[in-house]
Design a protein around this ligand. Sequence first.
Ligand SMILES: [Zn+2]
Length: 137
Amino acid sequence: MTNHWLNRLVKLQQKYTQVMRGRYGRFDDLNKLLLLVWLLVSIVSRLLPFHLGTIIEGLLLGLMFYRIFSRRIVVRSNENQKFLQKLASWKRFFNRRKNSYRYFNCPSCSQKMRAPRGRGKIKVTCHNCHAQFVKKV
Ligand SMILES: [Zn+2]
């Protein structure tokens, strides 16, 4: 009985390997993103009109399986590389924004000043006229 099931399992495994031979077969970063978006869409799916959620869910899953079973391994691999590069450049873009400065003038002497962005309201002392004021950066 146990052997019987084991045999079936081995055969299934062999069949899977056979089917996947020469196919991309990888759950790469792009597919992870597709799955993540699919999960998010499936959560809000019921709130969308015209079965839009079901359609988008189907498209996302379809695209994911299409990529996994695709025989054009190099093309799929390049897709994933491009996606990773885009992701890296987005990260750089947001980090630059976070690290950039906000420029403004002193309200009493118009001295040009700068402060790092994203700190909220800060108390500024002008180094020219020593006036103090609050600035949102
Ligand atoms: Zn000033």
